[in-house]
Design a protein around this ligand. Structure first.
Ligand code: GRG
Length: 342
């Protein structure tokens, strides 16, 4: 058990977390509800991933969720973070992931979504922008490839161009930044590895150097930080540990100590915070539970998460996508289990 515990014990507060997520939509008299309106669709995605891993994917009203998400699609084919908001790749991916989790991807006009995503790639440079205003970031390389893969349409992108941009963002320490010359950061590492995984180019990674850099993210508390000299944060239990999973090296950190750190950041009344004693939110609740799933938390039967798509592995397979281990180079010698842990 980590010091400075928020919850005071080492159990996963399953029912409390389910209630915390279900209650998020009922807090309309709170400022935070309106301050987060612009990313509501990602909030629903985080909540649904957490509920799916907790084995409670029936906790939200599916039809209401699907109808809300479809209402966030704009005439350009992309999705905004909320009804009436401009389209952005971030929210387009969340929308598609929610529809996949709800078994409702057929309810959307696939060609319009595909055209929106493809239209954000600069065909001369290979770089994918996040929206019509042209923000560039390695997150969008991953999102474009991953979103299109749900439609079996990733080949509509210039994939070598995407891969080239990602590789220009690789640093001497083996990590990746938000673009060429950007400091290595565990969250950007995840997006780049997940992108290269789906593109079938993980062979380009400096596996040993990057695994060592990621292993150094663990601090004495057991928690992980996102880059050197920074504080630990529960969300890196996903960004850094999923990256180590993709590299086939989750055991390069001390998983029981990470598990204890995540559990200690639980709020006794539900939800998980960035670190013990802080206020819980749905983002850290999602990535805390996702981290527990990756770390093999065995005191509660959490469903297995796919380290590339950040969705329950059973959902990824139901959607006809190849599980993460199918993407890794044969030379790494990684074998996968026969069936997902439910
Ligand atoms: C399917 C899981 C999934 C994601 C879709 C949106 C996206 C792709 C990835 C986001 C990756 C990213 C860059 C996340 C930000 C993580 C984060 C907490 C950044 C904060 O950075 P700083 O500098 O914090 O504020 P540190 O911890 O470095 O001090």
């Amino acid at each position: 058990m980590a010091e400075g515990s928020g919850s005071g014990h080492g159990e996963l507060l399953v029912d409390k977390h389910v209630e915390f997520i279900k209650a998020l939509d009922k807090k309309q008299d709170e400022l935070e509800y309106w301050m987060t309106e612009h990313l509501r669709i990602s909030g629903i995605y985080w909540g649904m991933v957490a509920l799916g891993l907790l084995g409670r994917d029936d906790a939200l009203e599916r039809e209401a969720v699907v109808s809300y998400v479809l209402g966030c699609q704009n005439a350009d084919g992309g999705f905004g973070g909320h009804t009436g908001h401009d389209s952005h790749l971030l929210y387009t991916m969340s929308a598609v992931q929610i529809l996949v989790m709800c078994d409702a991807l057929d309810k959307v006009d696939a060609e319009k979504v595909i055209a929106y995503v493809v239209g954000l790639q600069n065909r001369e440079t290979g770089v994918v922008s996040g929206d019509e205003w042209g923000e560039e970031d390695t997150r969008f390389a991953f999102i474009s490839v991953a979103t299109l893969s749900f439609f079996g349409a990733q080949a509509r992108l210039d994939i070598p161009g995407v891969v080239d941009y990602v590789m220009q963002s690789m640093n001497y320490d083996g990590g990746f930044g938000s673009g060429p010359g950007g400091e290595s950061h565990a969250a950007q590492v995840y997006t780049c590895l997940a992108c290269l995984a789906i593109a079938g180019r993980l062979d380009l990674v400096n596996r040993d150097r990057l695994s060592a850099w990621l292993a150094e993210r663990q601090l004495p508390s057991g928690g992980l930080n996102g880059r050197p000299q920074k504080l630990e944060d529960v969300c890196y239990s996903w960004w850094a540990l999923s990256s180590l999973h993709i590299l086939g090296r989750p055991h390069w950190i001390h998983l029981p100590r990470l598990t204890a750190f995540i559990l200690s950041a639980q709020d006794p009344s539900g939800g998980i915070a960035d670190r013990p004693g802080n206020i819980a939110d749905v983002y850290h609740t999602c990535f805390g539970i996702a981290g527990l799933s990756l770390a093999g938390f065995d005191r509660y039967p959490l469903a297995e998460i796919d380290p590339v798509y950040c969705m329950p592995r059973a959902v990824v397979e139901r959607a006809g996508l190849r599980g993460w281990a199918a993407h890794v180079p044969a030379a790494w010698g990684i074998e996968r289990d026969a069936a997902p842990r439910q």
